[in-house]
Write a protein that binds this ligand. Structure first.
Ligand SMILES: [Zn+2]
Length: 408
């Protein structure tokens, strides 16, 4: 059974030594040693499929023990996810493995004027990997990062004046840029390329892009802080499929869950059957460039909030562990596909202190990277409220840990 892999046995098996090395490293991690005790060899794709998967915090545990260091550059630490408790940290060398991406994906050329609108700082990697990619492309770069709501007009004026040809960001951030431009009647006729990474494409973006920059087309990357970039697509591919890199071995496991194994010898994270929680399938791309990974969305309790993964079950468990809370539920309010607010609803019992909701709100903001980052500019959009009843699905009667609502 080797048809559920992104690479053929002939392509993958000669370079499985990286997987073999990572198995050896993972066996040295005390917390994980038992799990790998019975496996010694990774010589075939069948061997890979038989390995236990790495899930949730396993890589964090492994990295805390292994403390990898890049051979010829700085070692960069980036943070992902945003569960309560310990954040997930991924390591990467300068360059962020972008040479492999550049070999298969060429959205930018030396004549481009590229706006890097992925947020810089707060231990998020996207801005820096996009910068490394632009470096390989030899284009002009305008490093914008995050801006506040009242700054869009001035910066858009600069983009127009500089005849910007390309912009990159998470789809949520791109929606802000194109939404502000459209609302202000600003057109960017020179803009031809929209690069994206960090969450699924929003179809609502297509309309705003058509109004603001009718010549622009989308170019996507898929990845995570643990795996780095796994695949890329072009304007000729559907928005939910990605041509995987030859150094990324993608496997479709039980329930359609995707797992990732790095075959890149420079990779610092020991990514060996790592599950991001995304489900998917391997299909042929209509662009004609071969098989691709179609991403079907999350199968675990991580939901995207403004481009960052919010671990809903962790939040609910954390809140329900507080004295006075009987049950909790996370409600995400969306406006045209973008999270405008996150509210934690509390069913309290008689032991609840009067200031329970306020205290939990402060604690959650302080300890949850996703919340503090996503609501950095509008912290009031994160609320904790005591209620008489939680929201239930009127059709099934189920009360799930989280509910997504359209803004009224
Ligand atoms: Zn394609």
């Amino acid at each position: 059974m080797t048809t559920s892999f992104s690479l053929t046995p002939a392509a993958a098996e000669p370079i499985l030594r990286v997987a073999q090395r990572n198995l050896r490293l993972l066996k040295t991690v005390p917390e994980l040693a038992d799990r790998y005790a019975d496996v010694d060899k990774v010589l075939t794709l069948d061997d890979v499929a038989a390995l236990p998967p790495l899930v949730k915090d396993d890589l964090n545990v492994a990295l805390a023990h292994l403390r990898p260091k890049a051979a010829g550059s700085a070692t960069w630490l980036f943070q992902s996810g945003g569960s309560t408790g310990s954040p997930k940290v991924g390591y990467a060398p300068t360059g962020f493995y972008m040479t492999g991406v550049y070999e298969q994906w060429r959205p930018l050329d030396p004549d481009d004027v590229f706006v890097n609108a992925w947020g810089a700082g707060r231990m998020w990697g996207a801005h820096f990997l996009a910068a490394a990619f632009a470096d390989l492309s030899g284009c002009q770069v305008i490093p914008i990062g995050s801006v506040t709501a009242d700054e869009y007009g001035d910066w858009l004026g600069l983009f127009r004046q500089r005849e910007v040809t390309a912009i990159g960001g998470t789809p949520s951030v791109l929606r802000l840029w194109f939404g502000h431009a459209r609302a202000a009647g600003i057109e960017l006729p020179a803009l031809r390329k929209v690069l994206w990474l960090g969450e699924a494409w929003h179809t609502a973006l297509d309309e705003d892009i058509a109004a603001v920059a009718p010549n622009a087309r989308r170019w996507g990357m898929f990845g995570s802080t643990e795996t780095w970039v796994v695949g890329t697509n072009t304007p000729d591919c559907p928005m939910d499929v990605f041509h995987t890199l030859p150094a990324q071995l993608v496997h479709v496991g039980p329930d359609g869950l995707l797992d990732f194994t790095t075959l890149n010898p420079d990779m610092l994270n020991p990514v060996l059957r790592y599950q991001t929680g995304d489900a998917g399938q391997l299909v042929d791309c209509p662009c004609g460039r071969g098989p691709v990974m179609r991403v079907l969305g999350r199968r675990d309790s991580v939901v995207q909030v403004r481009g960052l993964g919010l671990h809903v079950d962790d939040i609910v468990a954390r809140v329900e562990g507080a004295p006075g809370v009987a049950r909790a539920q996370v409600v995400i309010t969306e406006n045209r596909g973008r999270a405008s607010a996150v509210t934690v609803l509390l069913l309290t019992d008689r032991t609840a202190e009067p200031d329970l909701a306020d205290r939990l709100r402060r604690e959650l903001l302080a300890e949850t990277f996703t919340l503090s980052t996503a609501f950095q500019h509008d912290p009031d959009a994160f609320r904790v409220t005591a209620v008489d009843s939680l929201l239930s699905n009127s059709r099934t009667g189920k009360t799930s840990n989280f509910v997504v609502r359209e803004e009224a």
